[in-house]
Design a protein around this ligand. Structure first.
Ligand SMILES: [Zn+2]
Length: 706
């Protein structure tokens, strides 16, 4: 079963996904509770009530218990447990660690898992917790040998019904982890897992695990779901998901309950410490801490375990919501404030010198998000979207004047809007913001506690000034509403003149709108995209005053034939179908009488980006079809479906631009390089290459064959 996973939404390296098992779909990220087959602290009915679609139990413990073994072999594991959803089993690796040896061979336990019909099974790997690199490598080699054995014996195959998990070991050594990934991916596992982490968890060395995760996720193809063995506390879940774990199992909910410990997403309490329950679950709204303490211990343990599971599930829902709205980094920041080790890992991920993490997130972080950026901590000045902006702005700024005014934020509101000089705003987060694109993501509606101009911003602006001069800018001024402040900043930047109303020329309204559109196009689609329009009209929202729609006023005869008439035809047909009145001469009414303008793009009120309409797609295609800028090519098989407006699936994509990131607007061509559709990327280029299952692009518009 090699292709069992697809992505629905993503943020950071985390994803909301669908894991397809023989017993239904498991939505990920998922917390997978460990069920002890002998002494379950909660019943499987309880798990169902709590909304779990998957639990994990131990195949080795079942195997060793003669009565239980006989039962599961006879009824299958689902029948024996009376559970119709997915079941994962571990192979005994944990017992191997605790007792040093297990009385079962690799092939025996694989065969057993296969016979009893588990949905997700694990080969008998060897956890490693100590020793030199050479010593550890020998155990990794043995796990690899067992993977090969499982493959050669016909268990781990392309079409096995079981999802076999390939365990990756070597934490925390990069060379070992890379070695393990390289060799384990030679066999057709459909899922991978990171193991040997229990000692790190117990000694709270979370940072080692996160560093290891970044190495594994950088090397492992993105289309595999990745499991984490023995991941403890709900406070860490958001961090695990951020670095790309899709499922994680733990018995902590039950073990903690045994010790009268009460989990929250921000830490743990002993029941004795609680006067009140800070939770709304059915347990916490029915009992008080004192009532729980006076119960018999079995009953108390059960109720505490139930509460702990409610908390875990609620945190998973919070994480999934955060991924959909693009606020996963912020959720992790919240959790970071509850434990220094989470804070340390979070800080490490955003350390500007940390290229490994930077490269991983650069490939996987979406290009646009639903929400304005909210910055609350210093390390967030290096969030991937912020760094990406600073890296790109050199190339993507439209320089349209040889005169530049560098202004403070206060100053920029004060400067007239039609100045013939280009206004660049100094900003404590992004360092420099060209005024024309301040409504674009991530600039628009971003918030931070920083005011004024910091040293990092000054250094960046000095570099930017050098760049502007290389590009032919001749006059540079500094402006602030307070003249003395402007002089101070000018001095720090090495600029000799402040702006005091010198004649820099005045733009016409028309020219100003055109420049704004061009700047936006270049910012979103890269250099050269500004050339696709020479006359524009902007429609503003009457309520907010912000640009809402962009019209082209430079329509060519060729575009009338290839875009506008077909669009009008499509429109008329749609109205007819709906039984609505149709214009007598639609071309005249919809084009000539409107002033020969046509909709080019809309500005999305949520993502703060340009959403192309057919005309922009057509112009981008004419300009960039050879270099495939923000473009994918699909095969013949998919073409009719894509033209009909259906979702574009990864497996049909045969060529693509490696710069595509989730939520970018992209263009879709057929094998002959004709434009057949455009839409929103759901995943990034790296994922489009890896995935053979699931959606890649949400289709906004399919072009009919002509
Ligand atoms: Zn509760």
């Amino acid at each position: 079963m090699p292709h069992v996973f697809e992505i629905v939404a993503k943020d950071g390296a985390g994803r909301v996904g669908k894991l397809h098992t023989s017993h239904g779909v498991v939505e990920t990220p998922a917390f997978v509770p460990v069920i002890n087959p002998h002494l379950p602290v909660v019943s499987l009915d309880d798990l169902k009530k709590l909304g779990f679609d998957l639990f994990i139990t131990n195949a080795y413990l079942i195997y060793k218990d003669e009565k239980l073994r006989e039962l599961v072999l006879r009824k299958g594991i689902h029948g024996a447990f009376n559970w119709d959803k997915a079941i994962m089993t571990d192979s005994g690796a944990f017992q191997l660690m605790v007792y040093g040896d297990v009385e079962v061979s690799n092939l025996e336990i694989i065969d057993f898992q296969s016979k009893i019909g588990v949905d997700i099974g694990v080969i008998l790997d060897i956890p490693i917790y100590k020793g030199s690199i050479d010593y550890r490598k020998r155990f990794i080699d043995e796990t690899i040998r067992r993977a090969k054995e499982a493959y050669e014996a016909g268990y781990v195959t392309e079409d096995s019904k079981t999802i076999w998990v390939g365990p990756i070991h070597g934490v925390p050594y990069p060379s070992l982890l890379e070695y393990s990934v390289e060799h384990m991916t030679k066999y057709p596992f459909s899922m991978y897992a990171v193991g040997s982490i229990v000692p790190l968890m117990e000694s709270y060395q979370l940072i080692q695990l996160i560093k290891s995760a970044v190495i594994v996720k950088s090397r492992l193809p993105t289309n595999y779901p990745v499991h984490l063995f023995g991941a403890g506390h709900p406070a860490m879940f958001a961090l695990f998901v951020l670095v790309g774990f899709d499922t994680f199992d733990s018995a902590a909910y039950a073990l903690y309950a045994k010790d009268n410990r009460y989990l929250t997403p921000y830490g743990t309490y002993h029941l004795k410490e609680l006067r009140y329950f800070p939770c709304d679950c059915p347990i916490c709204t029915t009992y008080t801490p004192q009532e729980l303490l006076s119960m018999d211990s079995m009953h108390r343990q059960h109720l505490l375990a139930m509460h702990n599971l409610y908390v875990a599930q609620a945190e998973i829902r919070r994480i999934k919501q955060a991924i959909h709205e693009g606020t996963l980094w912020q959720l992790v920041a919240k959790r970071a404030s509850s434990h220094p080790e989470i804070a340390r890992a979070y800080k490490w991920l955003l350390d500007k010198r940390n290229l490994r993490a930077y490269n991983l997130f650069e490939e996987l972080e979406p290009a646009f998000k639903n929400r304005g950026l909210m910055i609350t901590r210093d390390e967030e000045l290096y969030l991937p979207v912020v760094r990406r902006y600073r890296d790109r702005i050199f190339e993507r700024i439209l320089i349209w004047s040889d005169k530049v005014i560098i202004s403070t934020p206060e100053g920029s509101n004060d400067l007239p809007s039609l100045l013939g000089a280009q206004v660049l705003i100094i900003n404590p987060v992004f360092y420099i913001i060209p005024r024309e694109i301040r409504n674009a993501y991530p600039l628009f509606q971003h918030m931070s506690p920083y005011t004024g101009i910091n040293e990092n911003a000054l250094e960046f602006v000095r570099k930017f000034i050098e760049y502007l001069m290389e590009k032919g800018v001749e006059e540079i001024y500094v402006y602030d509403t307070r003249e003395d402040n402007a002089r101070k900043i000018a001095e720090k930047l090495g600029v000799s003149e402040i702006y005091e109303g010198q004649d820099v020329g005045i733009l016409s309204q028309e020219k100003e709108e055109l420049l704004r559109v061009k700047a936006f196009l270049r910012y979103q689609f890269g250099p050269g995209a500004e050339d696709v329009i020479e006359k524009a009209e902007i429609e503003y929202s009457p309520s907010t005053g912000r640009p809402r729609k962009i019209f082209a006023a430079d329509i060519t005869q060729e575009e009338i034939e290839n875009v506008i008439i077909p669009e009008i035809e499509k429109h008329v047909e749609k109205r007819k179908k709906l039984g609505k009145p149709v214009p007598e001469d639609p071309f005249k009414e919809m084009f000539i009488e409107k002033g020969r303008i046509w909709l080019l793009a809309a500005i999305a009120p949520t993502y703060f980006k340009l959403v192309p309409h057919p005309l922009l797609a057509y112009r981008m295609w004419k300009k960039f079809r050879d270099e495939l800028r923000y473009t994918v090519v699909v095969n013949k098989e998919a073409e009719p479906f894509v033209r009909a407006g259906r979702t574009i699936f990864s497996k049909f994509i045969i060529e693509l631009d490696d710069n595509i990131r989730a939520n970018d607007e992209v263009f879709v061509l057929n094998e002959e390089k004709d434009l057949i559709a455009y839409g929103r990327a759901i995943i990034s280029a790296r994922e489009m290459r890896d995935f053979k299952r699931g959606a890649a692009i949400e289709n906004r518009w399919g072009f009919r064959e002509r």
